[in-house]
Every structure is written in structure tokens, then in C-alpha cells.
Design a protein around this ligand. Structure first.
Ligand SMILES: C[S@@+](CC[C@H](N)C(=O)[O-])C[C@H]1O[C@@H](n2cnc3c(N)ncnc32)[C@H](O)[C@@H]1O
Length: 328
């Protein structure tokens, strides 16, 4: 664990404690699996975080603007009275959504708020914390570079907590994984604590698929970038440009799936593999899921996670939900 101060902002880096062996095991086990896969958290090196920020500005990627619209309308109701509290944002990314939330807290209460962004991307935390400090000088910021799966118990203790998990990032976890993750969060939540959970809704397939197949090819670049990250971490010799981006809605399980599809049979080497990977052109590497929800599935999902639905805020088209939850 490494503590440092960047421009007056405290950053605690837990990821430096992850051994290279653990990282290699996570990546190579997915590549050797059938079907092949990679953990989506490896999208987010510095370039991946920047590409994701670009995705959020695309016309086709309705998720970000829709969630922000809901926040502008509802945050004054949700946090207008908040004081002496820790605002903990999981998978924080850039600072644009939390800015809407902090703006809704009256100026005089902001000095009683501590903001804790938690993300695997150190670059994203530093960049957003520096911007937020300029905009909200009274708010104390304490960044946590960490895997949110492992570090919930390490968030600073003491005050009332408002957990924020925006962007439908929960939808990137497998179903069992998301349930056990949120059930774990519910266990550490006290009665006054709340969770704001952003969930993307099932909608017309054309709208869903366009959001992950943008016309500028930025999502494709984001998807391929994971192979550059893998090349660096496990010294493979993937040639990302020889893989096509594929994203489609799987209506059986209500999720967008993102894959990388080799254009021809390819052989991939790594000093950490006993024999080269032979990936045939008929195979794909599954890089991400993005689960979509319905009003009924939100209720049953939250119940399984031992969370009580306090409020569901939606946009007019009912494309996105921001759910306010308390521990059961
Ligand atoms: C889909 S983006 C959402 C970003 C932002 N919250 C938003 O709503 O636009 C997912 C974010 O979660 C981070 N992330 C992904 N997996 C993570 C993990 N296991 N632990 C911590 N952060 C993670 C990524 O670095 C990225 O910033």
C-alpha cells in the first residue's frame, strides 16, 4: 500500500500490492478458458480511461447524458440536507457525475463532506481529484486506487456514508458476482447510509447496439486497447489491429456482450505460457458484459442483494434508472 499526496490530495494506492503473479493468473486463466475471456477491469489503463471518457461524449452512448439528466433533476432532493458524510464513489472514472451531486450540497455544508473516489485507474483518480479540488475547495478528497471488490471494508470509517455506483458499472459484473458484491456492501451499510445505483434499462435493440458500435470507432479502439494492456502485463504478442470489435445484445440474458474477433487464425506467445495460444478465426475473446434491467428485475435484484429500494428515479423515456437504496 502506498500513500502519497498529489497537489494536496491524499491518494492511497492498494493496487501496487497486487503481485505480478496474481495479475498474470487473472489474465492467462481467462485466455486459456473456453470460451476465452478477459476481465473488463483491464480496459482501464491511462489510454483506456481516456477512451472511455470519449465514449461518454458520443451521441450514440445515451447512458451518460441520460443519467446526468436524472441527477440534475433529483440530486437536490437526495443530498440537499447532506452534511458530516462520506461520499464514496465506486468505479469513479471522471468527475462529471459527482460534480452534479456535490453542486447540490449547500456551499456551507461542503466542508463537512469527504469525497472518496475508488477506481482501479490511478490516472483517472488523480485527474478528476485535481479538477474537483479546484471546483469544490471545501470538500476533502481522499482517493483510493483499489479494486472495489476487495476494498469496501477499507473505506474510511466514522461518518454517515453515501455510496455512489454510477454508469451502470454494476452491469459489467456477472450476475452472481454483482449480487454477492452488493450483498457485501449492504452488510457494511448502517441504517442511515445510502447507495445510489445507476442501472441501464432494457430498450429497443437498435438503440442498445448503436451505443456499443459507435460510428467513430471509439468503442472499437477501447475494446482493442485491452490487448495492448495484456501485452504489457503478461508480455504477449497480440496484434490488436488484427482483431475486429463485436458488440451485440443477447436477449436471452438481457446483456450487451463485447468480444474481440480474430480476422484469421492467430498464434500468441508469452514467456508465462507453457505453449503458445492458438486462437482460431472462429473463436472470440469475450471482453465485457453490460447487463440491462427492467422495473421487475430491479426489484428482484435488489431483494437478492439485501437492499431496500427507497426511490427509483428515471428519465422520461425510461431508458436509465438511478436507484436509491438502504440496507435491508
Ligand atoms: C463504465 S466506467 C464508469 C465510469 C463512471 N462511474 C461513469 O459513470 O461514467 C467503469 C469505471 O470503473 C472502474 N473499474 C472497473 N472495474 C473496477 C474494479 N474492479 N475496481 C475498481 N474500479 C473499477 C474503471 O476504471 C472505470 O473508471
Amino acid at each position: 500500500m502506498k500513500n502519497e499526496v498529489v497537489d494536496g490530495i491524499e491518494i492511497t494506492d492498494h493496487l501496487r500490492r497486487l503481485s505480478p503473479e496474481q495479475v498474470r493468473e487473472e489474465i492467462l486463466s481467462g485466455l486459456l478458458d473456453s470460451p476465452r475471456s478477459l476481465p473488463s477491469k483491464y480496459f482501464y489503463d491511462q489510454k483506456g480511461s481516456r477512451l472511455f471518457e470519449d465514449i461518454t461524449k458520443l451521441d450514440e452512448y445515451y447512458l451518460t447524458d441520460t443519467e446526468k439528466g436524472i441527477m440534475r433533476r433529483t440530486m437536490p432532493l437526495v443530498v440537499g440536507e447532506l452534511s458530516d458524510a462520506d461520499v464514496i464513489e465506486l468505479g469513479s472514472g471522471d468527475c462529471s457525475k459527482i460534480s452534479i451531486l456535490l453542486e447540490s450540497i449547500p456551499e456551507e455544508s461542503r466542508s463537512t463532506i469527504r469525497y472518496v473516489p475508488v477506481d482501479v485507474s490511478r490516472a483517472a483518480i488523480v485527474k478528476s481529484a485535481v479538477k474537483l479540488r479546484e471546483r469544490f475547495p471545501r470538500v476533502r478528497i481522499q482517493g483510493l486506487v483499489a479494486n472495489f471488490h476487495h476494498r469496501i471494508e477499507e473505506v474510511p470509517d466514522g461518518h454517515r456514508k453515501l455510496f455512489c455506483f454510477f454508469g451502470s458499472t454494476i452491469g459489467n459484473l456477472g450476475q452472481a458476482e454483482s449480487e454477492s458484491f452488493l450483498a457485501g456492501l449492504s452488510e457494511v451499510m448502517r441504517p442511515a447510509d445510502r447507495l445510489l445505483l445507476g442501472l441501464d434499462m432494457v430498450k429497443e435493440v437498435g438503440v442498445l447496439e448503436s451505443a456499443y458500435n459507435d460510428s467513430k470507432g471509439i468503442t472499437a479502439a477501447f475494446n482493442r486497447n485491452i490487448l495492448d494492456v495484456v501485452n504489457r502485463l503478461v508480455q504477449t504478442d497480440f496484434r490488436p489491429r488484427e482483431f475486429d470489435h463485436s458488440a451485440f445484445f443477447n436477449s436471452e440474458v438481457n446483456r450487451i456482450e463485447m468480444h474481440l474477433v480474430p480476422r484469421r487464425n492467430s498464434t500468441v506467445h508469452s514467456p508465462y505460457l507453457q505453449s503458445p495460444l492458438e486462437i482460431s478465426s472462429g473463436e472470440t475473446i469475450h471482453t465485457e458484459n453490460s447487463y440491462k434491467y427492467t422495473p421487475d428485475s430491479i426489484e428482484s435484484f435488489c431483494k437478492k442483494c439485501r437492499l431496500n429500494v427507497e426511490n427509483i428515479f428515471m428519465d422520461e423515456r425510461e431508458w436509465f434508472s438511478l436507484v436509491e437504496l438502504a440496507a435491508d
